[in-house]
Ligand binder design. Sequence first.
Ligand SMILES: Nc1nc2c(c(=O)[nH]1)N[C@H]1C(S)=C(S)[C@@H](COP(=O)(O)OP(=O)(O)OC[C@H]3O[C@@H](n4cnc5c(=O)[nH]c(N)nc54)[C@H](O)[C@@H]3O)O[C@H]1N2
Ligand SMILES: Nc1nc2c(c(=O)[nH]1)N[C@H]1C(S)=C(S)[C@@H](COP(=O)(O)OP(=O)(O)OC[C@H]3O[C@@H](n4cnc5c(=O)[nH]c(N)nc54)[C@H](O)[C@@H]3O)O[C@H]1N2
Ligand code: SF4
Ligand SMILES: [Mo]
Length: 664
Amino acid sequence: MSDPAESAGVSGSVCPRCGVGCRLAPGADGRARGVAGPANPAGRLCPSGIAAYDDERERLSRPVVQCESERRETSWAAAYEHAVEQLAAIEATHGPDSLAFLGAPRCTNEENYLLGKLARLVGTNNVDNRARACHVSMARALADRVGWAATTNPLSDLRESDVILVAGANPAARQPVAFNGFVRPAVADGAALVHVDPVGNRTTRLATHHLAPRPGNDALVFDLLSAAIREGPGGVDRAFVSERTRGYEAFAESIEALDRERAVATAGVDAAAIETVAGLIADADRVAALVGTGIEGDGGAAADALLDLLLATGNLGRPGTGVYVLRGLVNEQGATDAGCVPDWLPGQQPVDDPAARARVAEEWGVEPPSEPGRTAGELLEAFGDDVRGAVVVGENPAVSKRDPAWLDERLDALDALVVCDLVESRTAEHADVVFPVAAGVEKAGTVTNLDRHVQWSTPTVDPPAGVRSDLDVLCELGRRCVDPGAFAYDDAREVFAELTRVAPTHAGGSVEKLEGAGRQWPFEHDGTLYADSFATADGRAAFGSADDRAPGMAASTPEQGDQDGLSLVAGGRAGETADGREDARLRIHPEDARASGVADADAVVVSDGRVARETSYEVTDRIRRGTVYLPAAAADAFLRRETETVTVAPATTDDGGDGSDESI
Ligand SMILES: Nc1nc2c(c(=O)[nH]1)N[C@H]1C(S)=C(S)[C@@H](COP(=O)(O)OP(=O)(O)OC[C@H]3O[C@@H](n4cnc5c(=O)[nH]c(N)nc54)[C@H](O)[C@@H]3O)O[C@H]1N2
Ligand SMILES: Nc1nc2c(c(=O)[nH]1)N[C@H]1C(S)=C(S)[C@@H](COP(=O)(O)OP(=O)(O)OC[C@H]3O[C@@H](n4cnc5c(=O)[nH]c(N)nc54)[C@H](O)[C@@H]3O)O[C@H]1N2
Ligand code: SF4
Ligand SMILES: [Mo]
């Protein structure tokens, strides 16, 4: 495959390990070395990126099919035939909506685009990707109220911020190159760093202020800040509010009506600390917010309240302001932009928008279905019921906070499961056909990082003999399932060119124009979004209302969490220790440790009454009282059961202590 960007002087792959999008290439010792790019202008990498080429897992090199009870390797031709036969039979009997297409935050924009196109040409909008599980409420709040479901500003704008607010995230550990390259220098230059998180972590170490609310109460914190700012002089940006927004009066009334004393008690925050941070924001010229997965648990209230706070203070549309969605996976942003979602066509255009449908129809030759499809979660629930077949590309739904036995059952209930993966993943084990594919650093294409930079990634190592790219597999499935002409592409560049014609966000782009530094979409106005107007129907940003967020407060009495047990907060990812450095220790406040009688124990047992788990522990006053923290790997057993509170007790020495789940 020709590599058009090579001639434009672009080198290196985009790091496949997280959404920061650093560029890298193999170094002399086989480890990765950094190549300067928009996210790592100094060519830096974090330890995870340096290990980007070390994958110890055994790669698949030949397609695998399951026929009756026999599982065997086979030729590509036979595997395609088997997959297409099965999918076609399901479609013929049960209709296109009986199929699900799950992609691909680890794949390129072109691959995500093709997966969406395949689903829609088959006749269904049942296409979704994992990003929904990570940052959906912040992304959707941005889409609904200011225009685009994406980070508003370039990372480089953070150098101009006076206050950086980090909520529900640990970028010092999770997006380290972005944190060290853009947040740290801003703080060194005098910016205040406010960390809103019930648990102190590596990010808190650099913070100038730490607000540690009771989990799930960020909306109250942001509304309390808005209330305090409204009271003081000069905090509300009247000119911005009147020229650029709508709905301020109703928002102001709802803030006026907030029972602040009760809100402070419910959120469990210090009223004086709220006043201090409100003063900082009111006095600052430029405030930016960085948000992670920790604010996603309250149904979107925190995302809404944060946007209201930023809008009231005029902190959108200028360098140094805005919202950064700390996307987790390499192409989580791009999977959404390329249309791998059930309700949007490429370019974040609603599936029922006539103009978008016409644009797509002109390229595809047919109109996509107009009813939004089902989300990944809804599709999984329906596996074996009215969803009979699935194509899964670059994700592994069997790895999830859900009960693994339930997921195994759902996957087995399908009539056909087709999987593209590098390895025999837990999901691939259930598949009827597995296509072995190339990894991110082994293939060409574009990916979009957490600040909307679209970069061309060149292959920097050879894939194992015998594997193909997801792009090749999706083109072949498209040619066989739908229409040879609609999937006749020579390479990723041709697919990208089509994406630029279909998606308004990508209009005017070309691989050549991405050059070394990439480009932020919308390509026609890259840089800071909303400088002149918001991407809404009337060009104004919409305020929400604190009234819509009040039910949370009514439902809980202030001290409830503390009396019923300790609130469990989890972080990090399953399968690894929290930030690659810490072990799976429970963290607990000294007062809670004393009250639980564990101050001198060697280890503790964490229990929700039905499941118990033994861990080591750390007593620390950087976590709020009444809350305990467990890394995801250890917390999964509880999270799967939606446990919110746990008790902690000293471990007795004779109960095995192997750290495995035990029912009690
Ligand atoms: N229990 C538990 N579940 C979790 C989490 C947790 O902490 N605990 N975290 C959640 C979060 S934040 C996320 S983002 C998700 C992640 O969820 P997933 O992304 O679904 O999970 P993984 O198993 O990490 O990766 C998916 C698969 O993609 C394959 N892959 C990698 N690159 C490519 C490629 O280029 N092409 C193809 N076809 N395949 C590729 C990998 O081999 C792997 O099998 O998990 C969520 N689920
Ligand atoms: N090294 C490494 N880096 C990664 C990944 C990885 O696997 N390894 N995965 C990537 C992926 S897929 C993702 S999604 C990102 C995740 O990146 P983050 O979203 O930063 O993930 P966590 O480290 O789990 O941090 C979540 C934080 O939210 C806090 N929290 C929990 N509940 C609440 C609450 O109610 N309110 C507030 N304010 N905070 C709360 C937790 O205490 C925790 O500190 O990381 C990405 N980066
Ligand atoms: S910060 Fe993310 S993209 Fe950059 S090197 Fe580390 S893992 Fe890779
Ligand atoms: Mo994630």
